[in-house]
Design a protein around this ligand. Structure first.
Ligand code: NDP
Length: 332
């Protein structure tokens, strides 16, 4: 067989772990799709905090690599023998494999889901990973029902904004924490009944006050180190701690016996486990897309940057300067 032709595209590459400056804008050869694969020209790329963990080495992968785990694009090539996919299809993906910070990338066809034609590319690229995460958290890790009180940390963030809106829709009383007034205003619009500026006030005391000492049924904690201990203190009897990230650093371990007085539950989920099969993926993405299409979930695409400026975006995300979702576009 003839040697596969090179297909050169621009991509953001990481050759060494470190700060935002290690993100380099380079040419790479993405090649041709093999059996079971497609090549996708990315139209909108979702930025997620997990991209920061990989860049810093909090989560490990081999060097060099192209970061990014969420994108929407158009199929430009289909692997040999693959049926049900054609050039021109609009598809979205989130999770594995890494490599969406690129003009084009190769994907296993099984991770790509069709995007409803009514959805804007940037909107779709904002809700694949973040929306499916919200689905996992609210519908699977702990099923939120009317009457529940939930605490959402980083309520104005990408995942946080979706969590607040969705939890309110499910009939819960939503308490959100944010770092400043601007983010507080957004969280209020997203349905938070109570907002705590956790950079200014003690959020444990505030939750205690809001719930008249009862505590909350569930905490969705993505902040980690700075909030973890306090989050456990906010829980009601038999409450659920859903620890799903560590934007402020890895939380310190706690003894199991700390859970005894209130018979608490702790789970540390990852979307990779909850959208692992094709059925789970289609179910989760389908529910998210339908909530967005019907207007029940408002997607806040608050930051749009050229793909080549990924370093600047990472710096802003880590400095807590962003809210809602961040999207990179290859040609803007
Ligand atoms: P966000 O938009 O939520 O950005 C992070 C936010 O965390 C900041 O805006 C900030 O909000 C808050 N924060 C608090 N302390 C810090 C700190 N020291 N440094 C930086 N940020 C801080 O990001 P995403 O929506 O992309 O992700 C949210 C979280 O969800 C992440 O922790 C991510 O890892 C996790 N996640 C987990 C998944 C899973 O499968 N387990 C899947 C997807 C996301 P404020 O200024 O209001 O404090």
């Amino acid at each position: 067989a003839p040697a596969a032709e090179a297909k050169m595209v621009k991509a953001v590459r990481v050759h060494e772990l470190g700060g935002p400056e290690v993100l380099k804008w380079e040419e790479v050869d993405v090649g041709e799709p093999k059996e079971g694969e497609i090549r996708v020209k990315n139209k909108a790329i979702g930025v997620n905090f997990i991209d920061v963990y990989f860049r810093k080495g909090v989560y490990k992968t081999d060097l060099p690599f192209t970061p990014g785990r969420e994108a929407v694009g158009v199929v430009t090539a289909v692997g040999p023998g693959l049926t049900g996919r054609k050039i021109g299809d609009v598809v979205a993906y989130a999770g594995n494999p890494m490599g969406s910070y690129a003009e084009e990338q190769i994907l296993p066809a099984r991770v790509a889901v069709p995007v409803p034609p009514s959805l804007d590319f940037k909107v779709a690229a904002s809700v694949m990973l973040k929306g499916m995460t919200a689905h996992m958290l609210l519908r699977q890790c702990f099923k939120v029902e009317p009457g529940h009180t939930v605490l959402v940390h980083a309520a104005a963030g990408g995942v946080g904004s979706l969590l607040c809106q969705w939890a309110k829709n499910l009939g819960a009383t939503v308490i959100g924490t944010v770092s400043n007034e601007e983010k507080a205003a957004q969280a209020k619009e997203d349905g938070c009944h109570h907002i705590i500026l956790y950079t200014k006030e003690d959020f444990v005391a505030a939750v205690n006050n809001i719930t008249s000492g009862k505590g909350v049924n569930v905490v969705y904690d993505s902040v980690g180190k700075d909030t973890y201990q306090g989050s456990l203190q906010c829980l009601a009897s038999r409450g659920y701690m859903v620890s799903f990230g560590q934007s402020s650093g890895l939380p310190d371990p706690i003894p199991l016996t700390d859970l005894v007085p209130k018979s608490l539950f702790i789970t540390r989920p990852t979307l990779m486990q909850y959208a692992a099969t094709r059925e789970e993926l289609l179910e989760s993405a389908g529910e998210v897309f339908s909530l967005v299409s019907s207007g029940l979930l408002k997607v806040r695409v608050n930051h749009v940057y050229p793909l080549s400026e990924a370093a600047r975006v990472h710096a802003d995300l880590e400095a807590r300067k962003t809210s809602g979702s961040i999207v990179l576009v290859p040609d803007c």
